[in-house]
Design a protein around this ligand. Sequence first.
Ligand code: GLN
Length: 485
Amino acid sequence: MTFHDLTIQEIHQKLRSGELTSVKLTQDCLERIKATDGRLNAFITVCEDEALTAAAVADQQLAAGHEKLLTGIPVAVKDIFNTLDVRTTCASKILDNYVSPYDATTVTKLREQGAVIVGKLNMDEFAMGSSGENSAAGVVHNPWDTERVPGGSSSGSAAAVAAGQVVATLGTDTGGSVRQPASHCGVVGFKPTYGRVSRYGVVAFASSLDQVGPIAGNVEDCALMLGVIAGYDPADSTSVDCPVPDYLKNLKTGVAGKKIGLPKEYFIAGLDPDIKKAVDAAIATYRKLGAEIIEVSLPHTDYSVACYYLIAMAEASSNLARYDGVRFGMRQDTGEGLIGMYQQTRTAGFGDEVKRRIMLGTYALSSGYYDAYYLKAQKVRTLIREDFRTVFEQVDLLLTPVAPTPAFKIGKMVDDPLQMYLSDIFTIPTNLAGTCAMSLPCGFSGEGLPIGLQLIGKPFAEAEILQAAYAFEQATDWSDRAPGL
Ligand code: GLN
């Protein structure tokens, strides 16, 4: 049985009618993982026994008529979410054997809704990267072309959905890490407003930017997943106490009369021609659906990448100071005293990209440089935020590409970090502004690689983005295709 063409609600119908059981569905997923993950490397840990036990419980609940939103549905989470009893490595040697004493709030919410958690997904180490190549667990491959990257840092989260290994996943998005891999893998990914979803129990990278988001095969499933994980959490002081709308209920509202803005700074000369073509076609589709298309400007866009990398690295250097061989994960100690132990542990435990960021971030925060770099970046961030506030006085949504090129070849940019950082140009500004955005399939390149469309909304206007995405998905068939693995 393939669940690729089915939504979660359709799978539920089959589970209810007895045509399918959660145990069977979970076994199918485990088989699929065995058959494909040698080529993809999307999983760091597969929890076969735990998953089958949870599936059996789900089947009992279904039989008793106690069905919740995700009862019996196989999902997986990025290995950055703390899970009780299953290790959380963050794709780093330093946390190789780390087992959290508690579940992340989002994981608890998945479990409360009956989800079957099949495993923990590969990623760029500590979520630092755009390609899935910075992982101590090995490179992740794109299911559409295994010689190419799946995007990052939620690389496994996107690849697993695209490959039909699980129905939906969770990722995190600090500068594009849900949207960009979703785009490169031809699936749907959502970065909610900062504060919409709890970050409690999610290993911190850059705390003022990090946000949890779902990845799924279609807009409806993404809406359902978002509804499950969204909401205030007293354990996360940055989560916001405002009601969560029913994202499924008004999904079919359409876009007639909506004003959609095209920020001119996002339609730049360097844009890959296939991407330009696909996004132009998407604009035409929205016109046909009755939206009004307006050119707008986000004048400080050019400063986003520099601003983001300063802030993200500064926050990372501070957040990652806790991995010192004392409290978490591995320790390396040849008896050269406390400082020696710190040095040895961190030298052996962190990968190159993580070290690069800790050093650059520490530099940006150090006395004498703080004002010139970190403080300046914070001021620029305010200007970028203002750009979005102003533009949302004119339009309801923004439409842009997700990435300037389709998935690139593995190895192409590993020696050129700056080029790699520049590939985040279209996703980073939303994180700096703290607002919400989504990536959904809108076409394929000449080489058959998926292309994503980004919709950006006002803060807490997740429902509006989902409605516009749903209308597009219904009017096109891009989400129906699956890679021929
Ligand atoms: N690619 C960006 C970076 O390397 C974004 C990462 C993310 O969103 N976690 O920082």
